[in-house]
Design a protein around this ligand. Structure first.
Ligand code: SAH
Length: 223
């Protein structure tokens, strides 16, 4: 038997858990209708594996392969909202991880490039993008602290690992009028999420909120 209100193909309580997931996003400040629509359409349950899959619709970060984490959904929502993505935008994400954030971005942008220093994460995320028919995402293994010079400049850049300062190459690869959202600060402390806008001359910096991300590490990973 399925619980009342579930669709015929949904296991017990799944529809209700997904509703609570969206409610939690709204109550934590994710109010942009396009972001909420994208996060309703991209099923986080597809991006979490093993014993943690059961907790995919809770508003918490969860472990993924290579000792990394899939970010907390409300943080994904707030970062996506701050990035103010438009359908014309070419976006770079640094830190593919599970691929969840890139998948959400792909519904809002024209084209998404996502890079991770772990080959395995890139391979698994690329497989998922193909399965989900998200054809406007390109996932690549690279050290994202250097950006992606061959595809630069970008309208939007989202970094999902913390650096002590915004990396120079990423600032340089942002278009004028472009926006970058990233956590800055030391990895073992609370970091600040900041929004950087490239002006005609120089950059404008806005501090958004405290966050905690895994560190941006130089060089490629072992796996
Ligand atoms: N956006 C992800 C979560 C990212 S966790 C998601 O939606 O699931 C941060 C990721 O940044 C990790 O996968 C880590 O491997 C990656 N990372 C850390 N330093 C990096 C670097 N220099 N270049 C590219 N990726 C990096």
């Amino acid at each position: 038997m399925t619980a009342a209100g579930d669709g015929p193909e949904e296991p017990d309580g799944l529809a209700e858990r997904k509703m609570r997931f969206l409610f939690a996003l709204r109550s934590r400040g994710v109010t942009d209708p396009r972001v909420l629509m994208a996060m309703e359409r991209i099923d986080r349950g597809r991006f979490v594996r093993g014993v943690f899959a059961d907790r995919a619709y809770e508003d918490m970060p969860l472990p993924i392969a290579c000792g990394q984490t899939i970010s907390q959904p409300s943080v994904v929502g707030l970062m996506t909202q701050a990035l103010a993505v438009t359908p014309r935008d070419k976006v770079l994400e640094v830190g593919t991880g599970s691929g969840y954030q890139a998948a959400v971005l792909s519904l809002l942008a024209r084209r998404v490039y996502t890079v991770d220093r772990h080959r395995r994460l890139v391979r698994e995320a690329a497989d998922l993008f193909a399965t989900l028919d998200l054809t406007n995402i390109t996932a690549l293994t690279a050290d994202g602290s250097f950006g992606l010079p061959e595809q630069a400049p970008f309208d939007r850049i989202l970094v999902t690992a913390a650096a002590e300062d915004p990396p120079g190459p990423l600032l340089a690869q942002l278009k004028i009028g472009g926006i970058m959202v990233l956590p800055v600060g030391q990895s073992d402390t609370v970091q600040s999420l900041i929004k950087v806008t490239r002006l005609d001359r120089g950059f404008d910096y806005e501090e958004l909120r405290p966050v905690r991300f895994v560190p941006l590490v130089e060089g490629l990973g072992q796996d």
